[in-house]
Design a protein around this ligand. Structure first.
Ligand SMILES: NC(=O)c1ccc[n+]([C@@H]2O[C@H](COP(=O)([O-])OP(=O)(O)OC[C@H]3O[C@@H](n4cnc5c(N)ncnc54)[C@H](O)[C@@H]3O)[C@@H](O)[C@H]2O)c1
Length: 433
């Protein structure tokens, strides 16, 4: 369903009217394309506090002064007490206006230290700062906080955040370096997943189709799994991407074993994307609506993950990416079943991630989409749909490609130190903020 309001506000009368009546003014976002793979311009590198950080190269030119930077990276890892927060203000206040449209602000911090309340107060302050700046900065610009434990392992994360690939990721706090997963530079940076196999559940359409396409772009052989009723679509997607289709209902008790049988050499990237909704308020929700949602969205994810890890089917250096939702973070009327299933994904990811890394050298993360333009959201009644689209800092819905790019960043061989993270792809939705 096209966002006609976004097209309208791009016209001169649209700009005039929306300004006149104080209506949301979404800026067209600049997303990745082969012709436009990078942000145009310099990355302004600023510091606050006494830092010892050696910033990993993110493939962009870092400068210490720029008239119209494409991005600003503020190294605030040296902010160890509340007084040093003045340096955050002093660094960003003069330059924030000059950041280009669809530009980026990335704040680098460290984890708040439970043993040092001065440091913890200052570092936690960066979170409120980041989220507030994200809400006011406008013009399609995003603001995110990266908490570094191992700065050397942050290259893939900075490359993602400082690129058009992260267009719809804003207001996020991302931890890097909490584990010790292998961080491997790919032989071909344009095809980082070359030689790897990725399986995407629910890959026949919507977000899953976009994820399969993006992983194939990055060089992976993709296996497009979907229910037997969607087999024709799954085959069409797989053929287009040079991959294979697998017709399988992921809720089957033996789904894990059947995936392992279909992929005797194992797999490297497992994307749990299949999901359904069966909305009703709890008073009107029979078990016929509760059970399938819990089964597809959560129980089958737990079952197949357990089965594939136990069978050693996810190769060392592998990646598991599950799909949560802002409804699992904020809750949503009429979605007790869906909200429960998606919050369950968050619990699963946080608990399993350290063990999967220790025992299998596999990372486990989740994307939590907000309002994404798909058939699922096109079916939402007009007014609720319009509210969903606008109630975020970028005042527009995201595209399946936005979720796909975030998945590709998790899947990247150099993202081994990104583990146990739940990253919302929601344009900084006001829901669950
Ligand atoms: N669209 C959004 O705004 C949004 C927001 C938050 C989260 N999500 C989540 O993103 C994921 C994809 O959403 P979408 O909008 O692309 O949905 P969609 O309905 O367009 O596609 C879902 C796909 O999953 C498949 N599927 C369903 N049950 C399955 C099963 N038992 N076994 C195998 N495949 C199955 C469907 O056949 C379909 O191809 C879901 O997990 C959804 O909950 C979407």
């Amino acid at each position: 369903m096209a966002d006609r309001y976004l097209s309208f506000t791009g016209t001169a009368p649209g700009r005039f009217l929306t300004r006149r009546f104080g209506l949301p003014q979404p800026a067209p976002l600049r997303r990745w394309s082969p012709e436009h793979p990078a942000l145009d311009g310099d990355v302004l590198h600023l510091t606050a506090g006494r830092t010892e950080l050696d910033l990993p190269s993110a493939g962009m030119t870092l400068v210490t002064a720029a008239e119209r930077p494409a991005a600003v990276v503020l190294d605030a890892t040296g902010v160890r007490d509340v007084d040093a927060l003045a340096e955050v203000h002093a660094a960003l206040h003069p330059v924030v206006r000059s950041v280009a449209a669809s530009g980026r602000v990335v704040v680098l911090g460290t984890a708040p230290d439970p043993a040092d309340h001065h440091q913890a107060a200052a570092q936690q302050a960066l979170e409120g700062f980041t989220r507030s700046l994200g809400k006011e900065i406008g013009r399609g610009r995003t603001v995110n906080l990266v908490r570094l434990t191992d700065a050397a392992a942050a290259g893939s994360t900075l490359r993602f955040l400082l690129s058009p690939r992260s267009a719809y990721v804003s207001g996020q706090v991302i931890g890097v370096g909490t584990g010790t997963g292998p961080v491997t530079a790919p032989d071909d940076p344009d095809r980082p997943l070359a030689g790897r196999t990725a399986l995407v559940t629910g890959g026949a359409r919507g977000i899953g189709e976009a994820v399969a396409g993006t992983l194939a772009r990055d060089g992976a052989h993709v296996v497009v799994l979907d229910v037997p009723a969607a087999e024709a679509d799954a085959r069409r997607v797989a053929e287009r991407l040079g991959g294979t289709a697998l017709a399988l209902d992921i809720t089957a008790a033996d789904a894990g074993a059947r995936i392992a049988d279909a992929l005797p050499d194992g797999l490297d990237v497992l994307v749990h994307n299949a999901g359904i909704t069966r909305d009703r308020r709890l008073v009107n929700m029979g078990a016929d609506r509760w059970s399938p949602v819990l089964d597809v969205n959560l129980a089958s994810v737990v079952r197949t993950t357990d089965a594939l890890l136990a069978a050693g089917a996810v190769r060392s250096g592998g990646r598991i990416v599950a799909t949560a939702s802002i409804a699992g973070i904020a809750g949503n009327a009429g979605q007790t079943n869906y909200g429960a299933s998606k919050a369950g994904i968050v619990g699963l990811v946080r608990s399993l991630a350290p063990r999967a890394l220790d025992e299998h050298e596999v990372t486990v993360n989740a994307v939590a989409p907000g309002f994404i333009e798909t058939r699922m959201t096109a079916a939402v009644p007009l007014f609720i749909r319009e509210a969903g689209r606008r109630m975020n800092s970028l005042a527009q819905g995201g595209l399946p490609a936005d979720v796909a790019e975030t998945t590709a960043w998790f899947a990247h061989p150099a993202s081994g130190a990104v583990n146990g993270q739940v990253v919302r792809v929601c344009g900084q939705s006001l829901l669950g903020a």
